[in-house]
Design a protein around this ligand. Structure first.
Ligand SMILES: Nc1ncnc2c1ncn2[C@@H]1O[C@H](COP(=O)(O)OP(=O)(O)OP(=O)(O)O)[C@@H](O)[C@H]1O
Ligand SMILES: [Mg+2]
Length: 284
């Protein structure tokens, strides 16, 4: 599967530096996790060659450089964070049009669209107009357009925003399936998105990569640092940004929090969410 290496990648908008010296590898199913404004979409747009970067190098499979736009583009399918489709045409008409724009011959496109619609479970809706689709269905049409031409690298920006819980779960399962035989890069600020769909995680904070590795390695960062205790609201308030979550229990609350003091009685098994919050809150 495709492997992308970033070396010292920088990007500024005017004099604001939004990506700082990014050096890491993308492989397998990779989730780029970061809060709003961290620079995720900027990085996705660089990786899809839509915008240039200022310094550094991006190389795929040790020999394809991001300077060769056209070669890189032939490898990539992209589902942007905000996308729109022709509203008054049917799903099939819309996809056929996009396939022809991508340079796929019409009769081949028809066969490909048919099998992709099957793969994303949209066959029964293919004659509906785009404007009649739910948010989840629209996202699935978006995935089909990204998969036209069978790209080796699929880039998906904020896949589950605006979807209800059921659609979210279904879309995550689809992404998981698509990641089995191609490299897939997903950016999100929702921890469950990467938890369910990705094997590798990168955390982006204010334009800097603060972690890359496997999910288990991420949890290890906060091993022994997470506790849960029954406390009063006042005690919890006094803990400030050490607190991860609170659950009301009668007069008290069950507080989940970070601490450097080990105590086996109150220690709990860390989750990816704990580790993500720990890394994003660190130093603030
Ligand atoms: N075209 C632009 N011109 C100037 N600044 C921009 C531009 N696009 C993004 N920015 C700024 O760059 C920073 C990173 O934005 P970006 O959209 O990449 O973040 P993000 O991680 O995708 O956020 P979100 O989770 O909200 O989608 C933000 O501070 C944003 O205001
Ligand atoms: Mg974004």
């Amino acid at each position: 599967m495709e492997r992308i290496c970033l070396k010292g990648v920088n990007k500024s908008y005017k004099d604001k530096e939004v990506l700082k010296n990014l050096t890491f590898d993308i492989q397998g199913s990779f989730g780029l996790l970061g809060p709003n404004g961290a620079g995720k979409t900027t990085l996705m747009r660089i990786l899809t060659t839509l915008i240039p970067f200022d310094r550094g190098e991006i190389i795929m499979n040790n020999h394809i450089s991001w300077k060769d736009h056209n070669v890189v583009r032939s490898y990539i399918g992209y589902l942007p964070q905000h996308f729109s489709l022709y509203r008054n045409v049917t799903v099939v008409e819309c996809l056929l049009h996009l396939a022809v724009l991508k340079g796929i011959e019409k009769s081949k496109a028809k066969v490909e669209i048919d099998s992709l619609l099957q793969e994303v479970n949209l066959q029964e809706h293919k004659k509906k107009k785009i404007k009649q689709l739910s948010g989840g269905m629209l996202r699935r049409v978006g995935i089909v357009q990204a998969l036209l031409g069978n790209p080796r690298l699929l880039v998906v920006d904020e896949p589950t925003v605006g979807l209800d819980i059921e659609e979210r779960v279904r879309f995550r399962n689809l992404l998981r399936k698509l990641g089995r035989n191609r490299t897939i890069l997903i950016s999100t600020h929702i921890v469950e998105d990467v938890e369910m769909t990705c094997d590798y995680i990168g955390i982006l904070k204010k334009g800097e990569i603060t972690f890359t590795g496997k999910k288990e390695e991420l949890k290890d960062i906060v091993k022994g640092k997470i506790k849960e205790e029954l406390l009063t609201i006042e005690q919890a308030d006094a803990m400030g940004n050490q607190v991860i979550s609170l659950k009301q229990q009668d007069e008290q609350c069950l507080v989940r929090y970070f601490t450097e003091n080990r105590d086996l009685h109150t220690e709990v098994t860390p989750t990816i969410e704990d580790a993500y919050l720990y890394l994003t809150k660190k130093g603030e």
